[in-house]
Design a protein around this ligand. Structure first.
Ligand code: ADP
Length: 205
């Protein structure tokens, strides 16, 4: 569902004026941003983002699910990429996935020291993935909650970063070229975090 549909259903609630001052209501964005709970490998979109590791050769969590669903050809293309730095992203085809492309990004492994560096790296994952999508003329992008699984990033902090970067990007000239950005959550707890924070970044009028 789009954010507009979630507001209509009462799942998303209005916010205080202070939040609206930081991120002014922009009605058109409510039709271009969605929250989806479920398996990202099932989405028929231009690109899904993979929370990969630096080797780009597969792993657990969403990475394992994406490689399992895409098939061996994805791994073969990934082998040619020579890995990826933390905070950066690389694009491949989607092979057996319904999604046409996979954008592989490497989130930071969380630790409570160096919080500022971790936050910048996580923001960079979202920003670089969005830029790659636009550079490849892709219209949709679906993000899992990067770094918040095995990599241990606290979900609240990570979600603030994800929403802030996406809102700022959609406000930019490049962002206008993206028709749909989907936040994909797996657990009920993560869904509630997104439902609580989305109105701060994408307020209703
Ligand atoms: P990281 O190593 O970056 O922490 P994980 O894959 O461990 O990445 O977790 C990232 C998020 O993806 C977690 O919220 C996890 O629950 C979620 N996740 C796991 N499998 C899937 C899937 N098939 N579709 C969408 N999200 C998933």
């Amino acid at each position: 569902p789009t954010l507009r549909e979630l507001y209509k259903a009462g799942v998303l609630k209005g916010t205080a004026d202070a939040a609206k001052a930081r991120h002014p209501p922009k009605q058109a964005l409510l039709d271009r941003v969605s929250l989806y709970q479920g398996d990202i490998t099932k989405l028929d979109v231009d690109a899904i983002v993979n929370a990969a590791n630096r080797s780009l050769l597969g792993g657990g969590g969403v990475d394992g699910a994406i490689h399992a669903a895409a098939g061996r050809s994805l791994l073969e293309e990934c082998r040619k990429l020579n890995g990826c730095e933390t905070g950066d992203a690389k694009i491949t085809k989607g092979y057996n996935l319904p999604a046409r492309h996979v954008i592989h990004t490497v989130g930071p492994i969380y630790s409570s020291s160096n919080v500022e560096t971790k936050a910048q790296q996580l923001a960079s994952c979202y920003r670089t993935s969005l830029q790659l999508a636009v550079q490849n003329s892709l219209k949709h992008i679906a993000f899992p909650s990067i770094s918040t699984g095995i990599y241990g990033y606290p979900i609240q902090d990570a979600t603030h970063i994800a929403l802030d970067v996406v809102r700022n990007f959609l406000d930019s000239e490049d962002g206008a070229k993206l028709e749909r950005t989907i936040f994909v959550v797996w657990s009920d707890d993560d869904k509630r975090v997104y439902e609580n924070l989305l109105p701060l970044y994408f307020p209703l009028e």
